[in-house]
Design a binder for this molecule. Sequence first.
Ligand SMILES: [Zn+2]
Length: 162
Amino acid sequence: MHQHRPLSRETVVREIWRWGGRWPILDIGVFAYIGRAMPFTTYSWKLKRRLPMLSDEEFGPIDAALRNRIERMQQYRRTHPHSSLTEAAEHCCDDALDFYEKLSGVRLARPDDLYWVQLSRYGRLCPNCGKPFRTPRAKLCVECGFELPEGERAGAAKAPRR
Ligand SMILES: [Zn+2]
């Protein structure tokens, strides 16, 4: 009998990335993954809304896409010869926007927005108001004014264990 082995988080993240928008992997393992491991949602100071945040591992392919933006824009203009630079800049990371949408269910408008869905970019959640400190180096919560004890820094945000 066929036994369904649960897919690892790494495998699913890699496969979703590899297949981009095409969805050939509508496998029960993917649904199980999405149900179990929906990214942790918290407030983004930069984008001024609550967003599902990715772990560093999930963010890896997006980071690689953002680092290669120049080459990606050149590539876009080769395949779309009449496109403007603005259009190339907007569309050079479409696969990364697709990838984030697959993981989170949220479509972001611009490649720049993607920087702000990496959880470790934010500080840990404020014990007083629950919003993240603005950065891991923060000493003060800008939302409620909560101050950490002398010499203490927020440290990077982590998703609560489930
Ligand atoms: Zn606070």
